[in-house]
Design a protein around this ligand. Sequence first.
Ligand code: HEC
Ligand code: HEC
Length: 262
Amino acid sequence: MRLILVVLVGVALAGGAAAAFVFRPHLPDAERGRRLAERTGCFNCHGPGGIRGAANPGRTDKTVPTFEGDVMMYAKSPDEIHQWIDDGVSKKKAASKTWRAQRDSGALRMPAFEHRLSERQVNDLVAYVMAMSGTPEPEDALPSRGLERAEALGCVGCHGAGGRLAKPNPGSLKGYIPSWDGADFPDLVRDSTEFREWVEHGVSERFKRDRLARFFLDRAVLKMPAYERHLQPGDVEALWAYVRWLRSPEAAREDTEQAGGD
Ligand code: HEC
Ligand code: HEC
């Protein structure tokens, strides 16, 4: 037994890029929230992924709000999103007569999940709603441009809204497409050079040389495409600036500045 362990640790220490990656699977909060939202029924009313609200006859807004642009009108902070999920309403709205009349006149009502979900689970759902609503947003020009390019180039199809999700990828090393803000990102991307390699060629030189990593990369259903031919000058720098911003404390901050931008 001990010998096997020693061998395994040896493999990891030998610098196997895949080995380091595989030993530490770690889903980002927003992805746990996405999976939970699916299981908990949120998408029945808020639509697939939470971005196409179902018709809600009787109400002036006509459809259930989405987790994208609509959130701004309902919740100004992560804390208010938390209130919506816990209580089926925010403290602010609960005090409004107009809102109560609206709620009573609609066919669909936001349920209160407080007694069904743990605090951790609600926090994961908040992280997912935040990711889908694109908050917080980078303020500086270069990372903003990077986010725009990630959307225009289709990166977010696989890496999720803002590169913040980790959707399933059968056959892959950890079973998911790595997010850009995840704990395991540094295992895959050590610096801007490796980032460029991934984006231009669909794999880094280090991973290309690693046999174990190659085995899993070849076996996965979804593969990182090579974008070299599709990039405009400055794209890689902008994308890298966005990823750097996304991994900074500013982007992870859980205070009032997030959802409302105020
Ligand atoms: C039965 C339908 C239904 C289900 C299921 C449901 N919601 Fe809602 N949700 C609503 C409606 C309707 C509103 C609008 C609230 C209002 O103004 O009365 C809403 C509002 C919200 C809001 C604030 C507005 C916005 O744009 O997002 C959040 C956040 C939210 N829901 C999250 C969730 C989450 C997370 C789940 C699953 C755990 C969920 N909802 C399940 C119907 C539903
Ligand atoms: C078809 C799905 C798909 C698309 C589209 C896609 N990727 Fe990837 N990406 C992957 C997969 C899968 C991996 C993991 C490595 C692998 O299995 O090949 C990955 C890995 C990466 C990595 C390595 C580290 C990490 O944690 O993410 C970076 C950086 C990256 N992609 C950036 C991008 C950028 C930038 C774009 C858009 C220009 C993009 N990807 C578009 C699927 C995709």
